[in-house]
Every structure is written in structure tokens, then in C-alpha cells.
Design a protein around this ligand. Structure first.
Ligand SMILES: [Zn+2]
Ligand SMILES: [Zn+2]
Length: 189
């Protein structure tokens, strides 16, 4: 075996490795671009860039390729949508710009009326609604709503209390005790 044959074999081996490396880079670039762009022309162009210019071409591709993949872009759009919905859900009071929740009937900070209550079923209605969507009763505006409002406000302050009062409406403790004491006083006098 002379030196020439050995050199040739080494060169052939290096050439084969480089060819494999070159082909791998072209395939990788094509796949990478396909994950970042739906444009077939751009995919082929990126692969050609690496095929013709090899490593410098790869550097150029890495610099110019779209920053995020299609999957990442899709995920980001989902996140943005979710974020936007979150912003829409956090409502603010028209009176004092304090944060209020969608179920709030009045603003806890400035007492601005945020909802009116249905005359029939008592559920909280949007101020703009002209009909109750729960029981189809036409919603009344203005005075009647204000009259119905205090009954709607007290439950919001003391939650469980109202539910008990609604179940047993004949339990007002203040009214029954007063007549007996008056009668007792009269009896004593
Ligand atoms: Zn307010
Ligand atoms: Zn109703």
C-alpha cells in the first residue's frame, strides 16, 4: 500500500462524510422551514440556499428564518385570545372605574347601579336588557328598578342570611316581639 492510495482513501472518506453532512443539513433546513412557513416556495428556497452555499448558507438561513414555528405561533394566538377574554371579563364600574365582577349588582365602592333585577323572578339583569332572558318578563326601567334595588342589595352584603330568609319568609324577629312587650307594659300599667 503506497501513500497515494491511503491519501485517496482518507480523502474519499472525508468526502463521503461531508456529502452526508451536506445532505443532512439540506433535509434539516427543509424540515425546519416547513415547520415555520406554509409557503412551499420558501421551503425550497431555504433548502436550495443551504445546498448551494452549504455552511454559510445555513448561517444566512438561521439569521433570516421566521422567528417562531407555526405551532408556536398558533399557541401564542391561543394565549392572546385567552388573555383578551380575561380582559373582557374584568369589568370596571362606569362610575368610579373600580374593578367589578359580572355578578355584581352595584359597585361596592361608589354604589353605582350595575344591574337591575327582574320584577318577576328577581334575577340580576344587564341594564341594557329590555326583557328578562330567564323568565321572558319585560324588564322595567327607571323608578321600579330603583324600588326593587334595595332588596337586591342586602343579599349581596350578607349572602347566606338572605337564602335563609327566602326559605322562611315569616321569620322577621323584630316585628313579633314588639307587640307583646307593649301589651305587657300596658298590662303592668
Ligand atoms: Zn363604582
Ligand atoms: Zn325574570
Amino acid at each position: 500500500m503506497d501513500l497515494g492510495t491511503i491519501l485517496l482513501a482518507v480523502l474519499a472518506f472525508i468526502g463521503a462524510v461531508m456529502a452526508a453532512f451536506w445532505l443532512t443539513l439540506i433535509i434539516w433546513t427543509f424540515r425546519d422551514m416547513r415547520a415555520r412557513s406554509r409557503d412551499v416556495f420558501a421551503q425550497i428556497l431555504a433548502a436550495l440556499l443551504v445546498a448551494i452555499m452549504f455552511l454559510p448558507g445555513l448561517v444566512i438561513y438561521m439569521l433570516l428564518r421566521p422567528r417562531e414555528t407555526l405551532a408556536e405561533a398558533y399557541e401564542r394566538s391561543l394565549e392572546e385570545e385567552a388573555l383578551l377574554q380575561g380582559i373582557e371579563e374584568t369589568l370596571v364600574c362606569p362610575g368610579c372605574a373600580a374593578r367589578v365582577q359580572t355578578e355584581f349588582v352595584v359597585c361596592p365602592a361608589c354604589h353605582t347601579k350595575l344591574k337591575k333585577s327582574c320584577q318577576n323572578c328577581g334575577r340580576a339583569l344587564n341594564m341594557r336588557w329590555s326583557i328578562c332572558p330567564y323568565c321572558a318578563t319585560p324588564a322595567l326601567g327607571g323608578v321600579s328598578v330603583q324600588a326593587a334595588q334595595p332588596t337586591q342589595v342586602t343579599p349581596a352584603i350578607s349572602g347566606g342570611f338572605l337564602r335563609r330568609a327566602q326559605r322562611a319568609p315569616e321569620l322577621p324577629p323584630e316585628t313579633p316581639p314588639s307587640p307583646p312587650t307593649e301589651q305587657a307594659e300596658q298590662a303592668e300599667a
